[in-house]
Design a protein around this ligand. Sequence first.
Ligand code: AMP
Ligand code: GLY
Length: 431
Amino acid sequence: MKILIIGGGGREHTLAWTLAQDPIKPVLFCAPGNGGTATLGTNLTIEAEDLDAITAWATANRPDLTIIGPEAPLCGGLTDRLQAVGLRVFGPSGAAAQLEGSKIFAKDVMRTAGVPTAEANVFDDPQAALADIRRRGAPIVVKAEGLAAGKGVFVCTTIAEAEQAIHETMIARAFGEAGQRVVIEEFLDGEEASILALVDGEHVVMLASAQDHKRAFNNDAGPNTGGMGTYSPAPCVTDALWPVIRTEVFERTLAELRRRGITYRGVLYAGLMLTARGPKVLEFNCRFGDPETQVVLPRLRTPLLAALEACVDGRLTEQHVDWSPAPCVCVVMASGGYPGSYKKGIPITGIAAAERVPNVTVFHAGTRVAGDRLVTSGGRVLGVTALGSSLPEALDRVYRGTACIQFEGAHFRTDIAARALVRTATPTATK
Ligand code: AMP
Ligand code: GLY
């Protein structure tokens, strides 16, 4: 079986690593992949955003399944294009991917469907946006409407900060087209959790919970990033919350999409704030989370490939997923300067030593092979990941792993999962 994976980050290496263990032994191709996927299959020199080149390759080489990792090709309609040439694709259509691609579309779906989320207003005029901010006061959240590589969200504690955010997005256009319109949103307080679900158009199978750490530095200081580390399970997602999230978030959203004539097939990722008044949706993503995937998939005891295929074919059941109770932690090692500008091409050493620590796997994110060396090629470089029989054991292993790895300028957070450690000395959540 031939599988094409689109993307080249930690999520895609984790998908490839999980699929490589499948008894079917699929032959893997990644476009473009990274230094990690190069050891599991063939990297193609095709960028994930180059939809023409991907479509041409897939048309000629006929993969049995294509799995699309990142949001840009999904929102650009790659699924539709590949399906149009008769290929099987895991990932939502361009119309369904608007749940991530357009915050205004997502808000509209949620509002109509009665999905709990922050109160929001939409503006295309900066003066009207500024007036709304001054009327509502701080704290307040400003979001660029379109895709902004995870950087178009400003959580503002003062009116001055919110004014600055409007200036950057709508006037200086720091995010280009994405800042043409903004969503100004009520600030929600609580603990965050990521819940991903496989959706086959009709059935919803929720995956294990995870918590991401979006700020660059310890104690949630510094700028937002794509994600500096994760752990699964997230004990804040208590047993009582699962049915609420299923009904109020996933089922209501999918029913409203169906009403609009849109079938959602693929992963639907709900970024939730667990507020005192129940879970509320911060955002939807139309794909696996990165680095959530790095901690969710190692806990999956049933074959991933069978679940993805069932999803594509519209025959997904709860039997397709079963979870190990072992907690998993991922610590992202980033380039010096990330999420600002950073150097590339810096040699990386120590990965083999890190993987000698029991149950440690190092997922590559921004790496590439240059001659006989592995070098950095992105902001998030590696996701050092460990399973343990307890969260303290997983943490001990993961940080023994990071201690083995060197590249100039490397930085990482040393407080991943600290909240879960405090919450439960003996975590009870298993999913
Ligand atoms: P998003 O990309 O929409 O998930 O936003 C990035 C981060 O900003 C989230 O993970 C939250 O930490 C924060 N955030 C987004 N929206 C809100 C909100 N309405 N209230 C508080 N924090 C938020
Ligand atoms: N980890 C956040 C995301 O994948 O968007």
